[in-house]
Write a protein that binds this ligand. Structure first.
Ligand code: CUA
Length: 177
C-alpha cells in the first residue's frame, strides 16, 4: 500500500508494477498526442497567432513608434494621438506604466504588421472583445501580422499584473471601413 513506508529500504530497485507502467504509458502517449494537437490547432483551431520576435531596446523601439506617430497622426483623443497608418505598413504599439500608446486606427480587410514592446516591464496585450492575447516584454519586439475583419471599436486591456496602476492600463483600437 502506498500510505505505508516501502518494505525494502532500497525500494527503487524493485521492478515497476504493471499499474504504474500503464500510467506512465498513458501519460506519455497523451503528452505526445497533445504535442501534435498543438501544431494542428495552430493552423486549424485559429487559436494561436503566428508571431515573430526580435531583440530591441526600449529606446530603439520608442524611436520607431514615434516616427510612425509623427507621420500618420490624424487627430487627438483624450491626449492620445490617433494614428492611421497606410495599409500593409508596420504599426507600433507601446506598452508602459500604465498605458497603451498610441491609439491605432486600422482599415478593415487590410493587412498590417503590428509591433508590440514594453518600455519598462512585462505587460499583457489583450484585445477585447475578440480575446487576442500576447505577452509584451521589454527588449523584445513582438510582431503579429494581422488583418482586421470587423469594423468597430476595440479595447486593449493589460492582463499581466504590472503594479499599482495595472487596472487603469486600458487602450483603444479602431477598425474602420
Ligand atoms: Cu500593464 Cu498590467
Amino acid at each position: 500500500m502506498s500510505i505505508t513506508p516501502p518494505k525494502e529500504r532500497i525500494w527503487w530497485r524493485e521492478p515497476i508494477a504493471k499499474v504504474e507502467l500503464a500510467w506512465i504509458l498513458i501519460a506519455f502517449v497523451w503528452g505526445l498526442f497533445m504535442f501534435f494537437m498543438m501544431i494542428y490547432w495552430h493552423g486549424a483551431g485559429k487559436q494561436n497567432l503566428s508571431n515573430e520576435a526580435y531583440k530591441t531596446t526600449p529606446v530603439a523601439y520608442a524611436r520607431k513608434a514615434q516616427a510612425v506617430v509623427d507621420e500618420h497622426t490624424v487627430r487627438q483623443e483624450s491626449g492620445f494621438p490617433v494614428v492611421h497608418p497606410p495599409p500593409g505598413s508596420d504599426v507600433y504599439l507601446i506598452a508602459r506604466l500604465w498605458q497603451w500608446w498610441p491609439i491605432l486606427e486600422l482599415e478593415k480587410d487590410q493587412s498590417y504588421r503590428l509591433h508590440l514592446s514594453s518600455m519598462d516591464w512585462q505587460h499583457g496585450f489583450s484585445l477585447q472583445p475578440v480575446n487576442i492575447n500576447i505577452q509584451v516584454h521589454p527588449g523584445y519586439d513582438m510582431v503579429l501580422t494581422i488583418k482586421p475583419d470587423r469594423a468597430g471599436e476595440y479595447g486593449i486591456v493589460c492582463n499581466e499584473y504590472c503594479g499599482i496602476g495595472h487596472h487603469t492600463m486600458v487602450g483603444r483600437l479602431y477598425v474602420v471601413e
